[in-house]
Structures are given as C-alpha cells and as structure tokens.
Write a protein that binds this ligand. Structure first.
Ligand SMILES: C/C(=C\C(=O)SCCNC(=O)CCNC(=O)[C@H](O)C(C)(C)COP(=O)(O)OP(=O)(O)OC[C@H]1O[C@@H](n2cnc3c(N)ncnc32)[C@H](O)[C@@H]1OP(=O)(O)O)C(=O)O
Length: 354
C-alpha cells in the first residue's frame, strides 16, 4: 500500500496535484465591478486596544471613559486608524491576496464617526481603475473605491480610494518605465533655509509657527523622537487581527521569492505607527481625513518606523469651538532615514484657550 507520507512519494504527489488558488489576478478585475466582502468584522475593544497599543496611539480619549466624555464621546470610541485598517483588512481576500503591494490611498474619510466597539462592519469595493504597469510587466495597477458601513444602519463609517500592484496571470511587454537616473535629473533638493518647530501641540502653536515661517524662507517641519521597531506582532499579528490575508505579512516561505524577499509590515501599521508618533506631540481633537498616501518602500521585521511632520496650513473652521483645523504632511521613515510612507492628514487640534 502506498505510504503517502513517505517524503519522496509526498513530494511527487505535491508536484502532480492542482493547488486550489486564493485571490484574484489583475485580469479578474473590470472597471465598474462591485465586490461585497464577506465575512465582515465586528470592531471589538480587544482589536481596537491591540492596534492602538502596538502602534503607540495612546490618546487617552480612546482609552479612558473620563477622557472620552471630555472630548464629547459617549465612551472610548474605535480609533480611526483601526477602523481604516479593518475596513481595508477585510477586502484583502478578494482584492489583493494574490500578492500585490499596497501602493497608495486617498480620500480617506470618516462620515459616520465616532464609531463604538461592537459595531459590525460591512465592506464593499468598486473597481475604479485598472492600468498596465509600464515598469513591471508581471503586475498591473488596480484602484478600488471602498466603503465600510455599519451593517445594522447602513451608515458609511469609513471610505477611501486605494491602489495596489496586482500580479498578472500573463506578463505583458512594457516600455520599461522611466529609469531612476532619468527621474533623478533635477536640480537637487529645494528646501527652505529655516525650519520652525511649534512650541506646543495646541492649535494656537501651529498657527504661531506658520506665521513665523511666513515671514522668512522657512517651513514648519520637525521630527518626532519615538521609533517603533517592527516585530512579529506588528508585521504578522496586527494585519491578521483585521482579517488581512495578504501573504506579504505572514508567509515567509512564499515571500522569499518576491520583490521584498521577506514578509513586510502592513501599510496601515506603518502609517498608524508614524501617526501615533506625530499625535504624541499634539493635542488631537478629531481626525478628519487623509489624502495622497503613498508607500515608498518596504518595512520588514527589525526595521524601525520614525515620523517627520510638515505643517501645511491651519484654519479656525473646525466642527467645534474647542478646536481648529490643521493640515499636515506626515512622512514615516526608517532607521536609514529612507521615507517609507507619506500622506497628508487633516485633523482638528484642540485650542489652548478652552
Ligand atoms: C494591504 C496590502 C498590502 C500591504 O500592506 S504591502 C505593504 C505596504 N506597501 C509597501 O510596502 C510597498 C512599498 N512600495 C515599494 O516598495 C515600491 O513602490 C514597489 C512596490 C517595490 C514598486 O517599486 P518600483 O520602484 O518598481 O515602482 P514604483 O514605486 O514607481 O511603482 C510601480 C508602479 O506603480 C505606480 N504607483 C506607485 N504608487 C502609486 C500610487 N499611489 N497610485 C497609483 N499608482 C502608483 C507607479 O507609477 C509605477 O507605475 P509604472 O506604470 O511606472 O510601472 C494588500 O495586500 O492590500
């Protein structure tokens, strides 16, 4: 009788059987397709606190009832970064499990926030664009508009447009894209002479710093001291906790033969960690939205995520008299000072006077 566990027999069996594949290739997406993501996910206190603690998002309003009440929340709400990551995590099985990389995202908004734990998320995505990659023949580039709604009320809680590199079934001929040398043909960095750091983290501090910078060739820009070295929890556990099945985060065997050569941190973990560092130096009131997010290079176990902030503008037009609106550019960078993520963020920042 055949012993199927005999190593030679088993190796031959593995070679001859079909693999039941997971995920979709570039060719499977058509513009206008709407995909409803199953199974959905209930936003739990455990998931929320796990996410916030590991990404150093320690704003007390998301941890303590008294601090939540003081900020106008009924109870500590679900953190917008966890909500965003969970809304994306659920989609991976249908959209990107085949193995593409998360390149960027824009128009991230939270029309239904605050959201409280116990809310069941229902998520669906529409294919809004698919394009050939001119530099990587084995990939295409697909964008989807995704909406995460409260499964009970239908209210939209989080929405965004995201772009991934998605493997093709068949590579196509490309023009090879622009070479790095061609792209670098500029006149070098064009930075201001002076960098202004706000004195504190209140709205008035950002306004004052922008006024100071306005008088000279200056920018309001600074780095945050904290760093977070990536480990098994941030690279594999946090994405799995959002039902993100991307092999990039948990299958070292497959990823050894990929552009990154290793498992990499979920983009939402990198970005939330950098935002956590930035928020630790400000008095956040509410998150409004994020735009023009890009993931520039891989982050892997052992890499350390730091953050840099540039303050772009400040307006006294927030939803509450207690705060003003500030637009930031945040750049996450690694231990070699390479940018790994960048994006703009609009947030309401508490006023000192109240
Ligand atoms: C979720 C989830 C997965 C993840 O979270 S993966 C972790 C987060 N993402 C990353 O770590 C990726 C970091 N990026 C890179 O390492 C490089 O961008 C990459 C993927 C190696 C590609 O590098 P290349 O140097 O080959 O090329 P480019 O960066 O210039 O980009 C390739 C093409 O994509 C176009 N593109 C880039 N960013 C965007 C964007 N934000 N929106 C639209 N298109 C973008 C770029 O123009 C290039 O196009 P070509 O036609 O010139 O090829 C999950 O599974 O979902």
């Amino acid at each position: 009788m055949t012993d199927w566990t005999d190593p030679d027999t088993f190796a031959q069996a593995l070679e001859q059987v079909d693999t039941k594949e997971k995920g979709n290739c570039f060719e499977d997406f058509e513009e206008g397709d709407v995909i409803e993501h199953d199974p959905g996910l209930t936003l739990t206190q455990f998931g929320n606190e796990g996410w916030m603690s590991q990404t150093l998002n320690h704003d007390p309003a998301y941890w303590r009832a008294d601090a939540a009440a003081e900020r106008g929340f009924e109870e500590p709400p679900v953190h917008p970064d966890y909500l965003t990551a969970a809304t994306l995590g659920i989609t991976v099985e249908d959209l990107s499990e085949k193995g593409g990389y998360f390149l960027g995202r824009t128009d991230v908004r939270f029309p239904g926030t605050p959201v409280y734990t116990g809310t069941e998320l229902h998520v669906e995505s529409e294919v809004v664009n698919r394009a050939t990659s001119s530099s990587r023949p084995e990939y295409g580039i697909v964008s989807w508009r995704t909406r995460g709604t409260d499964a009970e009320t239908g209210e939209v809680l989080c929405s965004y447009e995201r772009t991934n590199m998605i493997p093709r079934r068949e590579p196509v001929a490309t023009d090879g894209g622009a070479t790095a040398a061609e792209e670098d043909e500029d006149d070098g960095p064009d930075l201001p002479e002076t960098f202004v750091t706000p004195e504190g983290g209140y709205f008035e501090d950002f306004v004052a710093a922008l006024e100071d910078a306005d008088d000279e060739n200056a920018a309001v820009a600074y780095r945050h001291e904290r760093g977070r070295t990536q480990d098994d929890v941030t690279v594999a556990s946090l994405p799995l906790a959002t039902l993100n099945t991307a092999k990039q985060h948990h299958n070292v065997d497959v990823m050894s033969d990929s552009p990154s050569g290793n498992i990499v941190t979920y983009g939402d973990v990198t970005r939330s960690t950098a935002l956590g560092h930035a928020r630790s130096d400000e008095e956040t009131w509410r998150e409004v939205g994020f735009d023009d997010e890009s993931f520039h290079t891989f982050v892997a176990v052992g890499d350390t995520v730091y953050a840099f902030t540039r303050v772009l503008e400040a307006e006294d037009d927030a939803s509450s008299d207690e705060a003003g609106t500030v637009r930031f550019e945040h750049i996450a960078f690694n231990q070699d000072d390479e940018p790994v993520y960048s994006g703009t963020r609009t947030a309401e920042i508490r006023k000192r006077s109240n």
